[in-house]
Design a protein around this ligand. Sequence first.
Ligand code: UTP
Length: 489
Amino acid sequence: MTATPASAPAASSAPPAALEASCAAAGQAHILEDWAALSEAERAALASEVEALDFGFVRSALSASLAAAASAGAGAAPPQGVVQLRGVGAPTAERRAEWRARGLKLVAEGKLAVLLLAGGQGTRLGSKLPKGCYDIGLPSHKSLFQLQAERLLALQRLAAQANGGRGRPLLWFVMTSPFTHADTVAHFEAGGYFGLDRAQVTFFQQGFLPCMTEEGQIIMESSSKIAKAPDGNGGLYRALRVSGALAAMQAAGVEAIDVYCVDNSLSRLGDPEFVGCCHERGAQVGARVLAKACPEEKVGVFAATPEGRLQVLEYSELDPAKASSTDPATGQLYFNWSNICMHYFSIDWLATTVEALSGPGAAYHIARKAIPSKDGSKVPGVKLEMFIFDPFATAERTALFEVAREDHFGPVKNAPGSDTDSPDTARALLLAQGARWAAAAGADVAEGCAGLEVPPLVSYAGEGLEGLVGGKAVGAPGPWLLGADGSIV
Ligand code: UTP
C-alpha cells in the first residue's frame, strides 16, 4: 500500500454543497475555486476558515467602515483640547487613601476583574513568542506574564488583608489571538500558573477579519488560505461577547474591569487608587494618563469631542501647531494627557458597548495596504481594525487619572538595543523603581547602583519594605534582587 502524499489532491473534486452554497450566497465563490487541486488537509483547513467567517458581519463591517471613513472630516467640527482631569485634579493624600481603600474592597468582594490585552503580534519587538513570554533581563528572569500574575496575587492578598482577612479570588481575563493563544496558554501551563488558581484565569481569543478589496472580495493568501488580519485591540468588544467572557463576568458579580496592555513592565494592574476613584465617581470609562513629556512626543492624547465627550486622538491626527499650543491661563498643553492604554470600564457600559459593536453596522478603521495574494503578487486591499478607545465618546461619565510616568509606564515595544521603549529601557525603569522604593523605606542606595528588583509578592507598590530593607546598603554596581527574607543578592 502506498501512502498519499500530503500535497496530493484528494479524491472527490467538488466542495461540500453547504460550503459551496454559503460562499456563493455571499458572493465569495472564488474562495473555493482551487478546491479540486487541494489535498485533504488543505481542504479541511479552508473549510474551517470559511465556517469561522460570518459573511454577513464582514460585509456590513466593510460598508459601515467605508462609509465612516468617507464622512470623517467632511464638515466635522475639530476636536477640543484641554480635557481636564475630570474633577480628579491633584488629590490629597487623604483622598488617595480613601480611593485605595475603596479599590481594595472592590477586589476583596470580587467586584473588580482584571483584563489583559495580549493579542498583538509584537512585530517591532521581533520575538517569536508572544510578548508576555518575554524575559526583559531582570535578575529573576521572570517573564512579563509572570510579573503580572504575581502582581495580581499580591493585590489579591493586600485586598484580603484590608478586609479582615476575607477576599475572593481576583479574576483575570486574558485576551489572546490566533497568533498568540497556544504559546500563551503553554507558558502559563509550564509556569504552573505562577501561583494563581487556574480557575481564576480565563483565556479568550479576539477574532480576525479577512483582508478584502474595497468592493468586498475576500483576498486569498494561497489557494487554501484566506488573507486575514487581527481586528485590533478594539476586537476586545466583539470577543467578549462571542467568547462568553462578558457573560462570565456578569455571572460572577463583577461591577467593573481594569484593562491593561501586556507590554508594560510597570503595569500596576488593578491599581486600587485608580479603580477606587473611578468607582466613586460612577465613571463608565476611566483612563490612567501621563502628562505629555514634550509637545512632539509620539503618543495618542485625550481630547474632547465637540459635544464634550471623551476621545483619543492619534499623534498623526494632531498637527505640530496644535500639539504645541498651550492654554494661556495655565501654560499647560491643550492636548496634554497621553493615553497609556490603562482603562477602567463599568460592566454596564461594557455590556451596552459590546452589544453595539458586535452586530451589523460596527465601523472599523480602514488601512489600505498591498496584500500578498495567492498568485505571488500584491493586490490593493483593506484591513479592518478597531481600537479599544473607539467607543469612548459613548460614555457620559468619565474619569482621567494622572499617574507618575516612572511608576506606571515601562513600555516594551522595540527590539533590544533600541534607545526607546525596549526591553532594556523597560528593565532599567523597573530596577530604578525598586531602588526608589528601597530608599524611601530607609535603605542606603549607592550612587551608580543599577537598581533593585522587588518581586511583586514582596511588595505590590512599594509598601511593607521598611522591615526588610531599612538601614541596609544597596551598593553599586548591581542590579540586585530582593528576597522575601530581606536578602539582597
Ligand atoms: P500594539 O499596538 O503596541 O501592537 O499593542 P503589538 O502587536 O503589541 O506590537 P506591534 O505594533 O506589532 O509591534 C498594544 C496592546 O494591544 C494588544 C497588544 O497585545 C498590546 O497589549 N493588542 C494589539 C491586541 O490585544 N490585539 C491586537 O490586535 C493588537
